[in-house]
Design a protein around this ligand. Structure first.
Ligand code: AHG
Ligand code: MN
Ligand code: MN
Length: 338
């Protein structure tokens, strides 16, 4: 019989055996997982739960919010504000930070999240997810937005939950990547893979090809070589996959290898990219690195970037080591020739 390790036991043992998860962080991760279960239920209900469609509102990024963006944001806030483990939260769906109200005790952690990633896929029954990152609140009296502006290397935990054919929680606290599958009958996450590793080489790339004409030279060169396949410089054929939910695209890459690209493009040159650094790129980068992959903006390791703003954007190249290194080498060559 399949011997089940539940998330609770996994975290308790991490706390007890490794000693590097403090009890408050264990509680925090359990609460986030519980919130993800509630979001998963809402996602599964679809039209039966009145969760489809737009909410007729815009977030701080100027994007139309879907009902599920707002529901997922509320679920995460409600679940996390009373436990005493957090000082404040930040979300894609909120302009400023949400400080834990005075009536609850304040903890030492900060939680950042993209409550619902892949919003354009909600209404078409395609995989979507939740991405989260945990930081330690710097010393000092009152928590402020400034406290959230920490480089990704400072993360205490990171993960995502993908709502697909299965609901899967993927987690790191800095000693590898663990995968949990939701057992819907039991209502519990069960450990289904430990120490996940991304193959170093791949023949699969994920990019929004409709943006091709706006890319810069290194990205154009890289993708053109992939498309040329066995007739070109690479001497092998590539395949393309693009879900349009970062969480699902990166989950596939963590599982069987690949490279995910969301590069800067010429349409809005002052914007470094589309994806957000603190609650999308950083947690995904840490998971990818913990799985032996690489995550850069073409020139720098993403997790070394010092954020200047909560909703800052960044160019993203992540996944199989040898492919991401190749893109970075094309940027280095382009810079040295300039
Ligand atoms: P979100 O739904 O949280 O705004 O994120 C969507 C992101 C990401 O998940 C995906 O890779 C990308 O946007 C797709 O955007 P385009 O369809 O514009 O390429
Ligand atoms: Mn997103
Ligand atoms: Mn989102």
């Amino acid at each position: 019989m399949y011997k089940k390790t539940y998330l609770t036991r996994y975290l308790v043992e991490k706390q007890r055996i490794n000693g590097h998860i403090p009890p408050e962080l264990r509680l925090l991760l359990e609460v986030v997982a519980r919130a993800c279960k509630r979001i998963s239920q809402a996602v599964n209900k679809g039209p039966l739960g009145e969760v489809m469609g737009s909410a007729d509102s815009e977030n701080v990024q100027g994007e139309i919010q879907k009902k599920l963006d707002i529901i997922a944001n509320e679920v995460l806030i409600e679940a996390n504000e009373w436990g005493g483990h957090l000082a404040a939260m930040a979300s894609e769906e909120m302009e400023g930070i949400h400080v834990v109200p005075n009536r609850y005790p304040q903890g030492e952690y900060l939680l950042l999240f993209d409550p619902l990633d892949g919003s354009s896929n909600i209404d078409v029954n395609v995989s979507i997810g939740t991405i989260f990152s945990v930081l330690v609140k710097p010393e000092g009296a009152n928590v402020s937005e400034q406290d959230f502006l920490q480089a990704g290397v400072k993360q205490a935990a990171a993960g995502y939950c993908v709502y697909g054919p299965q609901t899967t929680l993927v987690l790191t606290v800095g000693d590898g990547v663990a995968v949990f599958t939701l057992d819907r009958e039991q209502g519990s996450f069960v450990l289904t893979q430990e120490d996940l590793k991304i193959p170093e080489d791949t023949k699969e790339f994920a990019v929004n090809m409709s943006n091709q004409r706006h890319w810069d030279a290194p990205v154009t060169r890289y993708i053109n070589e992939c498309i040329a396949g066995s007739d070109g410089a690479r001497g092998k054929d590539f395949n393309m996959r693009w879900v349009g939910s970062m969480v699902a695209d990166v989950h596939r890459i963590l599982t069987r290898g690949g490279i995910f690209l969301y590069p800067w493009d010429k349409r809005e040159p002052e914007k470094p990219g589309k994806l957000r650094l603190t609650y999308e790129a950083n947690p995904m980068s840490w998971l990818v690195e913990q799985a032996g992959g690489v995550a850069t903006d073409g020139k720098h390791r993403i997790m070394d970037i010092q954020p200047a703003q909560l909703h800052e954007r960044v160019s993203v190249f992540m996944g199989s080591k040898n492919e991401v290194d190749r893109v970075s080498s094309y940027y280095a060559e382009a810079t040295s020739q300039a």
